[in-house]
Ligand binder design. Sequence first.
Ligand code: PAF
Length: 279
Amino acid sequence: MRVIHTLAELREALAGQTNTAFVPTMGNLHEGHLSLVREAARLGGPVVVSIFVNRLQFLPHEDFDQYPRTLARDCELLAPAGCDIVFAPSEAELYPVKQTYKVTPPAGLADLLEGEFRPGFFTGVCTVVMKLFQCVQPAVAVFGQKDYQQLKVIKGMAEQFAMPVQVIGAPTVRADDGLALSSRNGYLGTDERLEAVALSKALQHLADAARDPKQTLAGMEAAAAEELRQRGWAPDYLTLRRRTDLLPPTDAERAAGEPLVALGAARLGATRLIDNLEL
Ligand code: PAF
């Protein structure tokens, strides 16, 4: 496995490749990331994993500075998972001049849920993913379904720009108690870590309630948020959406079996966690 820090070296290493599989990450890797790398490795071509903490997708008060940079440990995990090239550019390498050209995803998708609570987040994500795609020129890119809305936004970008890359989603990996693996779980104290599974439980309760036609959407969502609030969380949203466009389903659509997803984001102490559950 090679660790490459410059775009010139990356281009040279990948010259002539037409079946590269790519997994973009911000590092501080866990089993969830490694499952994406194994998925990429199954596809048969060279596997590139990028490690880059992307300033553009953080709000000023968010954890950009605090985000753990653990390159040496990440590389130890990546080699046995089937990674061939780690692309770990510096900020000066990826953004040699201020990145003023940006990719703005449609407000109807990107300004809701995560986009409502983290304005500009998906512009930052799309901009860096577009740029990383240009650097790596992959045939396939693998993203985690844990970031459900992100996966949808990136798939839309690749389609609408006719990018020659197939974007695929891989299932969320969970700890034994059901907590979705996330780099931010590392911020949790011992008691918080035990409590953290309550987010996926609240989403499960929301999904269960959705099967009851007598329950209103607003009532179910309020109950799920209250369940977490009672336990000391500060929920941003717990909501039931159509899988197709992440908009709320009508009662008729719920009754007709429209494919739905329960999505949640909530703060436990200083840590903001997200999760989702397809119904
Ligand atoms: O999901 C992430 O880790 C990031 O949003 C991504 C896709 C690597 C872009 O910085």
